[in-house]
Design a protein around this ligand. Structure first.
Ligand code: LLP
Length: 410
């Protein structure tokens, strides 16, 4: 988002003109930002042969997937529907990981039939795979390295109490199972959390994974997951991907010497690729002064952007309608019948007037994807800005959409 001649633009398009054309509230994504992020990550890991598998749970709009595909990435999916959406966007199934957790074996078999690469994280499922398919279906195995990484406990997934992965302490049992069923272990995987700032923690997990891999000679790759942090506000820490890339490459190359064979690395960024590309544009319905604060009440809420309420996440807010307005302090709240405050006593927002458009930053990842129809509110439309033009990529929902799956009894 840039300020040019006192107007905010995104990818060369005037942001207020988007509201005139598509209405509010509106999710907007800039393809250029996604491409920039991809290139930065790809360059950071140039020291090792690698594949970037976009964790598409962050944002699965088919048009966004096509932008990412054109960058050269594959996909990481967690449900058969994500897998099918990926195939519809033009990805080869063989470039798509299927990384489910606690899904049924029927769903795993569907993913096999579609041709995805399996990434399983529990032994009963591996046993079923072995019994039915022997070693004919290559399988990557998710390991839980027992490290605490990530921005907050809700998004930490590699610690001892986490439901994800096979514990690093159960490797003997796992090795036994693999041998008994002659499983073809194509790779080992970890994903220890989202918003991992500390490269040393990441490297510690990687070291554990590489050492575990010594038990499995058939390995062709190690998948180090995602979780690279982007800044959510000025001065916010971010993962130094260049430093990580350099150190991780060195670690992998020395492991190749130990193994006596080479392997490639995989990464599964979600937020890193799409978080900063997205904005949620909302309209101010009400300005209300109370003894405690001044509320700006907007035409959106936890039904459209859950992260502030669910993770206490900070999202920067810009008053797109009043770029040169005097900076003031506001609490910004949604229209849902719950306490859906996006920000409490946030300083430095340009003076807000009724009808102004507020933009929430970092809304590309886990924004629309975690949206709901709570309070029977439709979900917003989505727009992609590409090559200087705005394209509608999802229409706004209607009351008819909300009722479409209901069955009214006679
Ligand atoms: N790989 C696996 C297996 C994952 O489970 C995830 C995210 C990723 C990759 C991508 O992580 P990322 O690079 O986006 O941090 N809804 C939360 C984040 C949940 C992440 C779930 N798994 C949020 O809005 O902060």
């Amino acid at each position: 988002m840039q300020l040019q001649n006192n107007r905010y633009t995104l990818g060369g398009v005037d942001m207020l003109s988007l509201i005139d054309e598509f209405g509010a509230p509106l999710y907007v994504y800039d393809a250029g930002t996604i491409q920039r992020q991809y290139t930065r990550l790809d360059t950071a890991f140039q020291g090792i042969q690698h594949q970037i598998k976009y964790a598409c749970k962050a944002l699965t709009n088919i048009n966004v997937l096509k932008v990412i595909k054109d960058c050269g990435a594959g996909l990481d999916t967690v449900s058969v529907n994500e897998l099918k959406i990926g195939i519809q966007a033009g990805f080869q199934a063989s470039d798509i990981f299927f990384t489910p957790n606690n899904t049924s074996f029927e769903e795993v078999k569907e993913a096999i039939a579609l041709g995805a690469q399996l990434n399983l994280d529990n032994m009963p499922m591996l046993e079923k795979l072995g019994k039915e398919f022997g070693g004919s279906i290559p399988v990557c195995i998710r390991i839980n390295p027992h490290i605490m990484a990530g921005g907050n406990e809700k998004i930490s997934t590699g610690h001892i109490n986490s439901k994800f992965g096979i514990s690093i302490t159960q490797l003997d049992e796992l090795e036994h199972l693999v041998k008994a069923h002659k499983l073809d272990v194509s790779g080992l995987h970890m994903h220890t959390g989202s918003e991992i700032v500390d490269t040393d923690i990441f490297l510690k997990g990687a070291q554990i994974l590489l050492e575990a891999g010594r038990r499995f000679p058939s390995i062709r790759f190690f998948d180090f997951g995602g979780g690279f942090k982007v800044p959510y506000q000025a001065g916010d820490k971010q993962t130094n991907v260049e430093e990580l890339g350099e150190k991780l490459s060195a670690l992998c190359h020395s492991e190749m010497k130990v193994r006596g064979t080479s392997f490639y690395a995989c990464f599964e960024p979600g937020k890193y690729l799409v978080s900063e590309s997205g904005f949620l544009l909302t309209k101010v319905n009400v300005l209300k002064k109370t003894p405690a604060t001044t509320f700006a009440g907007i035409d959106s809420g936890l039904n459209h952007l859950l992260r502030p309420m669910f993770y206490k996440a900070h999202h920067d807010i810009t008053n797109v309608s009043n770029p040169s307005g005097e900076r003031r302090t506001y609490s910004v709240a949604g229209y849902i019948c719950e306490t859906d405050n996006f920000a409490w006593e946030r300083e430095g927002i340009a003076e807000i007037r009724e009808g102004d458009i507020l933009a929430f930053h970092n809304a590309g990842a886990y924004g629309i994807m975690m949206a709901s129809n709570y309070n029977s509110r439709p979900r917003p439309a989505e727009v992609l800005i590409k090559n200087g033009k705005a394209h509608l990529i999802r229409r706004r929902e209607t009351l008819e959409d909300l009722l479409a799956t209901q069955i009214e009894l006679a």
